[in-house]
Write a protein that binds this ligand. Structure first.
Ligand code: ATP
Ligand code: MG
Length: 230
């Protein structure tokens, strides 16, 4: 029902509460320009993941508006919106299916080879091959347990396959060893180049490499600027 083209994000005076009377976001305004990477930082509970959820339209806002490429997302079909945006959530939940299909979900028409290329780019291919059933390994609630970082890399592979114009990434808060962390950074740098990226950042390296930083405090933008300026 519409055409997204550039990958620009605008929040305009957004207010939001999950339950009446307890405001989570207060008058939040910011813009992410096409191709930029913006890091969202702030204390636990300040509303970072909420911003990601609102962009994907898990909830509707109370006042203000959220625009993508100048179009109010509340007036856009959820399917069109979600086909344009890739999300890597804070706690990735994989489907009760095998790893191959979990990655292919990013683009159902992808070939097995494309699935594996995405896994290589997300630095999870070798780990998958080390499993007894490889890409046929069942994951999710009933299947094998992957670590938080490994699951997030499966989600990154899915996003690489999807190749959306806008990427929303909610970095895992769980402690990762430094090698895993570096690998995730590298796979993200690959997928994020040429895309508009809004990343909830816990790692200093992510923050330093971003074009702009938004500091959230109690649901308000407290500071905004580049790393050198803050
Ligand atoms: P963290 O760094 O710990 O991930 P965050 O900045 O991502 O924190 P949010 O998840 O956006 O924080 O939550 C912001 C506030 O909204 C918190 O006070 C949280 O308790 C509340 N909240 C989050 N999800 C819900 C929900 N589904 N229903 C009610 N309140 C919620
Ligand atoms: Mg969060």
């Amino acid at each position: 029902d519409l055409l997204f083209t550039e990958g620009r994000i605008d929040f305009k005076n957004v207010c939001f509460s999950y339950t009446p009377g307890k405001e989570i976001l207060s008058d939040v305004s910011f813009s992410v320009m096409p191709g930029q990477t913006v890091a969202l930082v702030g204390p636990s509970g300040s509303g970072k993941s909420t911003i990601i959820r609102l962009l994907f339209r898990f909830y509707d806002i109370r006042s203000g508006c959220i625009l993508i490429d100048g179009q109010d997302i509340s007036k856009v079909k959820q399917n069109s919106l979600r086909s344009y945006i890739g999300v890597v959530p804070q706690d990735t939940v994989l489907f009760n299916d095998n790893i191959r299909e979990n990655i292919r979900y990013g683009r159902i028409s992808a070939s097995d080879q494309e699935v594996e290329e995405a896994a290589v780019a997300a630095d999870i291919h070798d780990r998958i091959l080390s499993l007894p059933d490889g890409y046929d390994s069942e994951v999710g609630e009933r299947g094998l347990k992957l670590s938080g970082g490994e699951k997030q890399r499966v989600a990154i592979a899915r996003t690489i396959l999807k190749n959306p114009r806008i990427i929303l990434l909610d970095e895992a808060t769980s402690a990762l060893d430094s090698q895993t962390e570096r690998n995730i950074q590298l796979s993200l740098a690959k997928v994020c180049a040429n895309h508009t990226t809004l990343v909830v950042a816990h790692r200093l390296s992510t923050i330093i490499s971003s074009d702009q930083i938004l500091v959230l405090h109690d649901g308000r933008i407290a500071e905004q600027g580049r790393h050198e300026e803050l």
